[in-house]
Design a protein around this ligand. Sequence first.
Ligand SMILES: [Fe+2]
Length: 482
Amino acid sequence: MGVTFPDIPLYRGWGAPVRTESTIRDLELVQGSVPRELNGTLYRCGPDRQYPPMTGDDIFIDGEGMVHMFRFEDGHVDYRSRWVRTERFVLQEKARRSLFGRYRNRYTNDPSVAGKSMGTANTNVVWNGKRLLVLKEDSLPIEVDPDTLDTRSPWDFDGAVRAVSLTAHPKQDWHTNELLTFSYQAKGDCTRDFAFYIADADGRIVHEMWFEMPYPGMVHDFAVTDTHVIVPFFPLITDLEVLKKGGPFYQWHPDKPSYYAVFPRRGRAEEIRWFRGPTVSAGHMMNAYNEGDRLHLDLALYQGNCFEFFPSADGSPYKPAPPQLTRLTFDLSGRSETPEMKLIVSTPDEMPRIDERWMGKPYRYGYMICRQPGARAGDIGMGAIGRIDHQTGELVTWAPGPDCGVQEPIFVPRRPGAPEGDGWLLVLVNRFAEMRSDLVVLDAQNLAEGPVATLRLPVRVRMTFHGCWVPESTARTGRYVA
Ligand SMILES: [Fe+2]
């Protein structure tokens, strides 16, 4: 019984499983020079199939987590990639085949893994309490060694987290060094429990709050301001009966509204203010902040279902709706229970990021992947990096050229105390024609001029979703300095 991957579009070309761990001392510099101020590590994470799926089909958000690290030191950059050896990975390695079936549907698993963790650790990497944590929203974080990427163990914050999972999009506050995080379906598949936690700089849970969600939906990301937390609920909903029949983990409900829970950072469930809006969805938030009684939330909003591979519950066909950077404004003075909605940029964009020192604060710059200028009308392929200036409305872009793609940009300040936006963007570039990757360093203030350094990888970084920058001083002291 050999290993044969099915011939599906997801696995063709760039999407072919890599299934390789790499170690490269000193990446080849093919253009420019690496700024000496870059001293630290870029971590990223994405899925890579260990074995062919049991079902013969797959969706791109499934697959075992592969962590990638780029360590910057005195102008040198070393690269390393390692699987996260989750319980699922180890069981499958032993069996030499997939044992877990359809995405998050435990009713489709091999009976031999009943009760085992389904977590893939394939979505994001964060740093908190001197720990490097790899995240997938269906399970608890997995701690890995920040130097070798060797897998340590699941991390439940010394037993303080009772929820069965934690989000892949917690917010690490560079000012307080707290990690704000949450769990949805927090007592198991299809439960309506939501848990919000704050861990301090040493990884101790110092605040916990539980409440009931309007429906057992997906909550992929949330946002925080200096004072408040905003949790969006979009109608991608889990139905236990559908799961038992082997169906998809989420179904889109075009007849249901979106809801938003807004509460103080250290609030109680009784203090939640509920807002309700039209049927929209979003994967990712850029930032949020207060302006008097109003909270602004900027996000890559879809006027419909953001996940094509999760079908409509009523059987209606998928309606493409490109993500567009949009501002939702919540009025806490009680004048309206519906957020105001204002388009910021019509150019399709995703994977929004910021200068993390401005998280939760009035901010000027946001970074994302976006459609290339001059792309064909209707083409939502996003092959460019963009910087939006919220003050002027200007969108500046850079694209690596034809036959290339880009992955989520990560901002690194030039130095502690540098003004907002003064620093670099670290971006993985997919060289489709050559089936390999580059890591480019862009000057965030001179994006359109192109990279200040291009580091050539002889290998392909298939796909990463998210990641973080850990300055060398942070790795040493356990603290970010804003
Ligand atoms: Fe995400």
